[in-house]
Design a protein around this ligand. Structure first.
Ligand SMILES: [Zn+2]
Length: 398
């Protein structure tokens, strides 16, 4: 912590508080421990740190769900840790990076709206990263309570980045900015070129991307690239099993249902069993039977969920439909059908034709937009349920 004052000559100076004799000790918490099978990358970063050659602009790249944001947070923890063997995971700086509250660790990320800033939704951002550091753009956008569809990193945000990195560090001598998904910069990225070219001493920019090909080449050429390996399914399943105390079958089914998407897998694993399975089953059943009372009961149950859960339910149904498509193409492994969810999807896929799957997906999109628009959800769902029912009761032509 710094105290700012004016000395006798009117010059601003900073005085560091003396550390207390008994430093607070924190439980070891390292972002590194959340990465799966990225040993090569970790040893590269470790040797860069040992040789004092951590680049001023790093780019973590990999396919969706490889853990780019976690790798970026690990590097930030390494840079900001105050111990020799960084990151130690127990010092005050490491603790603050784990908590995402380090004053010298800044974040930029896509937001909704043409002049929005990351700081407008910083609380939501921290909460989302804590809940699921594997999250992808659809989970992040789904959490934002705005109708605008297009996420982007705005010109105003680029200027805010320059401002953040020009500030004197609060706790030490280094400042880190993690820019999540620079592919959302578009041409606004040009505003950052000078900063990337000549960063202030002690400032580090860490980019984490899911789509390196969509980043401006001028940004890539100014960064040092670190590639993350795609996660092998067996390792991902083991990770889910160990981190979320699941059986092998449960972990395998979650990973399969999420189509290998770690972001969704972690979300579902955290929720415990598939919490929306029963509600999804009853949606299909009530819509198929088409009895008004049954349909109204379902709508009642649905409207009691908060918005986020309503989105998650639709995302779950949509993922089930994509599993139906894989089942129809015979690419669902045998051996997992004992799982309740997979067993149900296999039966469902036999009862739905391609057109119905497409129509249900369109209906899910409509409902998602209606929730975002803050439409009167009960009234909207009445009409929606009737359409859903019509779609299911069409003459089945597989
Ligand atoms: Zn530390």
């Amino acid at each position: 912590m710094y105290l700012c004052a004016m000395n006798l000559f009117g010059e601003e100076f900073f005085e560091q508080e003396q550390p207390t004799a008994q430093a607070v000790s924190y439980t070891r918490d390292l972002w590194r421990d959340r990465l799966i099978a990225q040993d090569e990358l970790l040893s590269k970063l470790q040797s860069a740190h040992r040789l004092d050659r951590i680049p001023h602009c790093s780019l973590f790249s990999g396919s969706r769900g490889s853990g780019q944001l976690i790798a970026a947070l690990h590097l930030a923890q390494t840079i900001l840790c105050t111990e020799d063997k960084a990151p130690c995971g127990v010092c005050d700086a490491c603790h603050r990076v784990s908590q995402l509250t380090h004053p010298d660790l800044h974040f930029s990320y896509p937001t909704l709206g043409s002049s929005s800033l990351a700081r407008d939704v910083s609380d939501q951002w921290r909460e989302s990263v804590h809940q699921n550091p594997w999250m992808d753009i659809s989970i992040w956008v789904g959490r934002q309570d705005k109708e605008a569809k297009q996420a982007n990193i705005t010109a105003a945000e680029c200027r805010a980045i320059i401002e953040k990195l020009s500030m004197k560090p609060f706790m030490g001598e280094k400042t880190v900015l993690i820019l999540w998904l620079p592919e959302f910069l578009g041409k606004e990225g040009n505003i950052l070129l000078k900063l990337l070219e000549e960063p202030a001493i002690g400032s580090y920019i860490i980019l984490a991307t899911n789509d390196q090909n969509a980043i401006l080449p001028t940004i890539i050429s100014r960064s040092q690239l670190f590639l993350l390996k795609p996660i092998e399914p067996s390792k991902a399943v083991l990770f889910l099993q160990q981190q979320h105390q699941l059986s092998a079958l449960e972990a395998h089914s979650i990973f399969l249902a999420a189509d290998g998407n770690m972001s969704l897998s972690v979300q579902w694993a955290k929720e415990g069993k598939f919490q929306f399975l029963e509600l999804t089953k009853s949606l299909f059943q009530k819509a198929y039977v088409a009895e008004p009372i049954g349909m109204l009961e379902w709508i009642d149950q649905f409207s009691q969920l908060d918005k986020e859960k309503q989105f998650s339910l639709f995302q779950f149904v949509s993922q089930m439909l994509s599993l139906c498509i894989r089942a129809k193409n015979n690419i669902v492994e045998s051996g997992v059908s004992e799982n309740e969810m997979i067993g149900y999807v296999l039966k469902l896929s036999a009862g739905l034709n391609w057109l119905q799957i497409e129509q249900i997906n369109d209906l899910l999109d409509d409902a998602t937009m209606a929730i975002k628009r803050n439409a009167n959800i009960k009234i909207f769902m009445l009409d929606w349920m009737i359409q859903y029912s019509k779609c299911l009761r069409q003459k089945n032509e597989n």
